[in-house]
Design a protein around this ligand. Structure first.
Ligand code: HEM
Ligand code: HEM
Length: 183
């Protein structure tokens, strides 16, 4: 088991960051998408709080993942196409950026509407802004728009992966998957 990345493959830590975060984020997207339809009551409160708590966990994971990326090699792209390689690099960085926009706009919206909140029943996070309806509306719009932009990029990212796997038949997917397939 290789802990760190090499020039030919992702290591154990990056692979886990990638797949665990992908699952958590897509799960939280589904929660966010459906929770608005819930009737007012304890279940709605619980699901909203769970959605916000997962969002805070995502912020912590993004920061840790980015720091891990900084002290690591980034595997060399397998495609010879310079333009596509640049696009892929841009999309990877863009994910970090847009996820911060998604999470902090959600946190700002929640602060402007309800103030501080409890994370998984463990500790409280402070409000980022004072209660204010106008700010709440803007933050909510940013949260909604940015999360759909994010999902569009995830779709592009998945299509690019499938193109590599089935069309170019290279090891792009295998080297992000578990095992030593790329070494
Ligand atoms: C990975 C992180 C997150 C994802 C993928 C996500 C996703 C979503 C989605 C898809 C919606 C529905 C938007 C719409 O259809 O207009 C939503 C709404 C919402 N999100 Fe998030 N969110 C995340 C993080 C957060 C965070 C960190 C907070 C607060 C701390 C938060 C608070 C909210 C709130 C309060 C709503 C509004 C629900 C409503 O009024 O209907 N979200 N989120
Ligand atoms: C929430 C969803 C996802 C996010 C935010 C995401 C983000 C990223 C990021 C930032 C990288 C660059 C490496 C890194 O910094 O760790 C990456 C690489 C990769 N992702 Fe995703 N990803 C997601 C979902 C998926 C899915 C569903 C697939 C498979 C169909 C996938 C396949 C890959 C592959 C194969 C690589 C390696 C690319 C290369 O070697 O150039 N990702 N992803």
């Amino acid at each position: 088991m290789i802990i760190k990345n090499t020039l030919s493959s992702y290591g154990f830590v990056s692979k886990n960051f990638h797949w665990i975060m992908a699952l958590i984020i897509l799960f939280n997207f589904t929660l966010g998408y459906f929770m608005g339809d819930l009737d007012k009551g304890p279940l709605r409160f619980f699901i909203f709080n769970f959605h916000k708590s997962i969002g805070i966990l995502v912020i912590v994971l993004i920061i840790l993942r980015f720091l891990w990326r900084l002290v690591n090699l980034v595997p060399t792209p397998l495609s010879q196409n310079n333009l596509l390689n640049k696009l892929s690099k841009f999309v990877h960085y863009f994910f970090y950026f847009i996820l911060l926009v998604v999470t902090f706009s959600g946190w700002t919206y929640s602060s402007a509407r309800g103030g501080p909140f409890n994370v998984f029943g463990l500790f409280s996070v402070p409000a980022l802004v004072e209660k204010n309806e106008e700010i709440g509306k803007i933050a909510r719009d940013i949260h909604s728009i940015s999360v759909y932009i994010f999902i569009a990029f995830v779709a592009l990212h998945i299509l690019a992966t499938l193109y590599h796997h089935y069309f170019l038949k290279d090891k792009t997917l295998k080297r992000m998957w578990f095992g030593n397939s790329a070494d």
